[in-house]
Design a protein around this ligand. Sequence first.
Ligand SMILES: Cc1cc2nc3c(=O)[nH]c(=O)nc-3n(C[C@H](O)[C@H](O)[C@H](O)COP(=O)(O)O)c2cc1C
Length: 188
Amino acid sequence: MRIVGIAGSLRSGSFNAALLRAALEECPPGAILEIESIRGIPLYDGDVEAAQGIPARAAELKDKVAAADALLLVTPEYNNSIPGTFKNAIDWMTRPVADIPRVFKGRPVGLIGASPGNFGTVLSQSAWLPVLRTLGMRPWFGQLLYVGSAGKVFDASGKLTDAAIRQRLRNYMEGFVAFVSADAGTIS
Ligand SMILES: Cc1cc2nc3c(=O)[nH]c(=O)nc-3n(C[C@H](O)[C@H](O)[C@H](O)COP(=O)(O)O)c2cc1C
């Protein structure tokens, strides 16, 4: 089983990229988590799309997701919602509309995130839900993982040092992989 994980931050010290790396460490045997990022995707511009088509990096990410069994979104939170940078990347990946079934429809998707605040991306994770519904994805709702106080649970090198959060991440990955396994073959 292959899962593509995308962290929605460009910051070199990103807590969300660190959380994605920790998810790889806690991914159960038999599943492969491919670490991806939103780097290299320009701002969406309909004129660019009309003249040049889809940017190469967005097309590459689309193909990776289309070839995978599932998608894991690791989302920061900006102003109680989805960071524009992350949404922009997904927006490019939904073009052209005719490709949405190939890339997104019916595909299992997990959603986790980290922030330095107390609420750990509760609102940005909720803000993703209408997007996932629009794309016809199959979100896993079996567990919630909101990593708050991120400055305390990762060390300076971005390693997840909080044992309780690591256990919850392990549980999340085990549950998500089980969901994706049960879902195998149902992607339309
Ligand atoms: C424009 C902006 C708005 C933010 N708004 C929120 C917010 O609403 N809630 C929150 O928990 N953190 C907020 N933050 C703080 C981010 O959670 C923090 O910068 C975090 O480190 C971003 O994720 P990253 O570490 O993966 O880059 C905001 C940061 C920025 C730059």
